[in-house]
Design a binder for this molecule. Structure first.
Ligand code: MN
Length: 130
């Protein structure tokens, strides 16, 4: 059984580094895209088990990328966790409407981030494909 794969779509180097540090010890294979267009392309090519999606991204924002991923048959079932810049209700609402399954807020709380990501894999068991 291969390791579960997480695609991180994030343009901020510091945040990206932090997310990798949290997720790698958990045994995930990590893929990275640095803008929204690359994120959509990599989601289609690699079919990750989960996507962490920053909202403010170059080329294509994270909400648009999420809508595209969620409107394509091959990728619509991949859970997407939005990374919102503020803990504002409006941002969370926009993320939810675009199709995001959950959200975390910046600045990243590493403990909450770890638990949130793990909860998706505990919910579906250790075989996300089944
Ligand atoms: Mn950003």
């Amino acid at each position: 059984m291969s390791e579960p794969c997480i695609l991180i779509v994030e343009d901020n180097e510091a945040n990206l580094h932090l997310m990798k540090e949290v997720l790698k010890p958990l045994g995930f294979t990590i893929l990275v895209a640095n803008d929204g267009e690359e994120g959509v392309r990599m989601a289609r090519e690699n079919l990750p088990d989960l996507i962490v999606m920053d909202i403010q991204l170059p080329k294509m924002d994270g909400l648009t990328a999420t809508r595209l991923i969620k409107s394509t048959a091959e990728t619509c079932r991949i859970p997407i966790v939005a990374v919102t810049a503020h803990a504002l209700l409006r941002d969370r609402e926009n993320a939810r409407k675009a199709g995001c399954n959950d959200y975390v807020t910046k600045p990243l709380n590493t403990r909450l981030f770890r638990e949130k990501i793990r909860s998706f894999f505990q919910a579906v068991g250790s075989t996300p494909e089944s």
